[in-house]
Ligand binder design. Structure first.
Ligand SMILES: [Zn+2]
Length: 220
């Protein structure tokens, strides 16, 4: 397997438009809307892959894939204020609050393949703290959508900034991407690290060093 070149990506684009053309007469792709059944589309995909969707092992696959995809993207139907649900508490703490090693499972929006790893979420309170169990739930809400890791990281930081108005937020996400591991460059073990900072974490390098030592790694 070689590293994908610009030409490979061009061919993918070309393939995409040709495929849409061929399917146009069979399925009205443009008429499909949120909540519509996905299983028939999976059946079509199996046929397109050269499989026989009526063979025993694949009979229930379209339904299973639909259920799995609904679960893996359930963050679309979740809402930040419902998750937080008023769990904000007065506190005089003015130092770093960190919840680290939060498992995240997401799907890359370019290949619909999983990426997964850990999120570390830190903030500096400004009179209020948030129930700590809410931080993994906020991370999960954004992870259970089609994502790129850069945006996922920023969205978690922005959400915490919005609900808590703290003096600063730092989010670090470390993840392995199956689209890199299983295809293309095939780099098993390569981790992508992304970071989003707001407020004091952006302006104060001393705080960032403090966070690094709390995380036990030089990623922050
Ligand atoms: Zn990807």
């Amino acid at each position: 397997m070689t590293t994908p070149s610009r030409d490979d990506f061009f061919e993918e684009d070309q393939l995409f438009s040709e495929t849409c053309g061929a399917l146009g007469g069979v399925v009205d792709i443009g008429a499909i809307k949120a909540g519509d059944e996905l299983a028939p589309l999976v059946t079509g995909m199996l046929r397109g892959l050269g499989e026989d969707p009526s063979r025993e092992g694949l009979l229930k696959t379209p339904r299973r894939v639909e259920a799995a995809m609904r679960y893996l993207t359930k963050g679309y139907s979740e809402d930040l204020s419902e998750i937080v649900n008023g769990a904000l508490f007065d506190s005089s703490n003015e130092d770093i609050v960190l919840v680290k090693d939060i498992d995240i499972f997401s799907l890359c929006e370019h290949h619909l393949l999983p990426f997964y790893g850990k999120a570390h979420i830190a903030y500096i309170p400004s009179g209020k703290v948030i129930g700590i169990s809410k931080l993994p739930r906020i991370a999960d809400m954004f992870a259970r959508r089609l994502q790129i890791q850069e945006n996922l990281t920023q969205q978690i930081a922005d959400a915490l900034d919005k609900v808590l108005a703290p003096r600063g937020v730092a989010v670090v996400v470390e993840a392995a991407h199956m689209c890199m591991v299983m295809r293309g460059v095939q780099k098993v073990g390569a981790m992508t690290v992304t970071r989003a900072l707001t407020g004091l974490f952006k302006t104060d390098s001393r705080l960032r060093r403090e966070l690094s030592s709390m995380l036990g790694k030089p990623t922050a």
